[in-house]
Write a protein that binds this ligand. Structure first.
Ligand code: PRP
Length: 212
């Protein structure tokens, strides 16, 4: 059978996905002892796991060099991609929020507001939805610094446990949306290998349901 290639987001989602695959009965020893290897076969199956950064998972699936991808809804929303989202795996749960310095209000005063974020498209569409003219400043990481240094009035960022906000004197002003890991598919792969892909996703869903 032809190889079915799955792009998996390295880091936070990787551990939960490997645990899911193990629960599905797959031998994940190559994924557990991967060293610096980036393409890993799953022995006894036609599956091949490709480890990539979140945004690159979307790129590989969009271009069809990977059939499926496991990636956070945050990356999907930011990318605004045309991928087919097959299922919500329920792990990697966190939320997008607007956060500000503790005790301040993002909306007070008439001055034009600025937000810092790693997700400019999500931030822009959020404020457009509120018909607010907010300038969005793109930051690459540790966005919490921006309001602390006086660069922005707030941040739009992912909040998981809330401890990064807390430890830096920030608090949630508004929750924007809930995020979790999703399975995405390349449109052509889905057409050509529908039965095989649907069976795999169904197996994932069955396992995920057991843990809820
Ligand atoms: C994410 C996010 C927050 C933090 C939230 O950053 O951007 O900074 O995690 O997690 P918490 O609510 O559990 O504290 P990440 O760790 O990916 O680092 P980065 O900002 O440097 O990209």
């Amino acid at each position: 059978m032809d190889t079915l290639r799955i792009a998996l987001t390295k880091g936070r989602l990787e551990k939960d996905t490997v645990a899911l695959f193990e629960a599905m009965g797959y031998d994940c020893s190559s994924l557990r002892q991967k060293g610096r290897k980036l393409i890993l076969p799953v022995p006894g199956t036609n599956l091949e796991v490709v480890l990539a950064k979140a945004a690159d998972v979307i790129t590989y699936v969009e271009h069809g060099v990977c059939d499926l991808g496991i990636v956070g809804k945050d990356t999907i929303l930011e990318h605004g991609s045309t991928l087919y989202e097959l299922t919500d795996l329920g792990f990697g749960r966190c939320r997008f929020a607007l956060a500000v310095k503790k005790g301040t209000s993002f909306y007070e005063g008439y001055r034009a507001k600025q937000v810092a974020t790693k997700y400019p498209n999500i931030a822009r569409s959020y404020f457009e939805g509120k018909s607010m003219d907010v300038s969005v400043i793109k930051i690459e990481g540790s966005v919490e610094l921006a309001p602390l240094l006086g660069l922005a009035d707030g941040i739009v960022d992912l909040v998981e446990t809330g401890s990064t906000l807390k430890e830096n004197g920030l608090e949630i002003s508004e929750t924007i949306c809930e995020i979790s890991a999703r399975v995405v598919a390349n449109m052509a792969s889905l057409k050509l290998r529908k039965t095989e892909i649907e069976a795999l996703v169904e197996k994932m869903e069955q396992e995920v349901r057991k843990t809820i």
